[in-house]
Design a protein around this ligand. Sequence first.
Ligand SMILES: Cc1ncc(COP(=O)(O)O)c(C=O)c1O
Length: 380
Amino acid sequence: MIKQYLLAPGPTPVPNEVDRAMATTMIHHRTPQFSKIFSEARERLKHLFATQNDVLILASSGTGAMEAAVSNLFSPGEKVLVVNGGKFGERWVKISQAYGLEAIQLKVEWGKAVRVDVVEKHLKVYPEIRGVLIQASETSTTVLHPVREIAELTRNGPLLLVDGITAVGVLPVLMEEWGIDVLVTGSQKALMLPPGLGFIALNDRAWQRTETAKLPRFYFDLRLERKNQQKNSTAFTPAVSLIFGLHAALEMLETEGLERVYARHDRLARATRAAATALGLKLLAPENPSPAATGIVLPDGIDGENLLDVLRDQMGVTFAEGQDDLKGRIIRIAHVGYMGAFDVLVAVGALEMALKKFNHPVKLGQGVAAAQEILMEAIL
Ligand SMILES: Cc1ncc(COP(=O)(O)O)c(C=O)c1O
């Protein structure tokens, strides 16, 4: 037996409390019993999204919620500005194009954050842009984009659609205060659930747009969904077990307190980055790193795929690989969701051993010690 550690940015580990809630005997969804759980989960989600508006719960992965955002807010041929600095920026492009929108791509070098002045310039050059689509945390490159500053630019202009799939519940993303029009997340990251739920919130300005938007929609008709969810029901059969789990996960987050949740993610991320640096490794995103996952550039001569195979198959530790051009060249270590100090130490200890196995000169314990120094902050 090799004990398994899931340290990739989604799916993430699921706590026992959530597993137990999901094992609750199935109930019918058109019942007061379901409505009570649903209503409590809905209230807690508003707190998490920092909005007074409804946060709709969809039976889909995160991409479903992204697609719902596009199909409910635009009309055929409209122009949107997409910040494309990684795999998920690219996903916004693909969804927009699939729906017949004209996606103007603002390409950003992988590992870098978009510059606010460049977004501003694009908005001036294309005043007809109807939406700006961006990731808060671009998981494929482990970069944080400056969503708050971009929201200043869009406040009275195009709608700002933010993919917060590895940001909501990881760091503050203050929908109302910052002026984000649409915020999306998924269940299998900071919410500590299995995959299968998508979440989306719209502000008043975005809800108004749904009245005139002409793209086709059916399963993800948010107006229909809102009408039902405001009555603590759903338009279609909900993922009942996942919603039991959601209820438990949100309770755990509330008990910890969001400020402490954010501080924990920040600490784990700093510890992981300090460990990588102490091992002489380069960070993929040294300037604007995401607190959800850390991208580490591998030394020349080490093939990332082989390294990850050894980590997973011989050591039981699953990290994520690089995508596209970064395949084989980087690894991504997650610290999002149900993670604590000792997950970071497992990650760093395993990485040191794997590098040694591949004959890279590492001093065992050097990264672990650097991480420990930071993790000590939480011990009073
Ligand atoms: C930032 C971001 N956007 C979108 C997605 C896609 O979500 P899903 O795989 O749940 O459809 C992911 C998944 O990793 C993500 O990290």
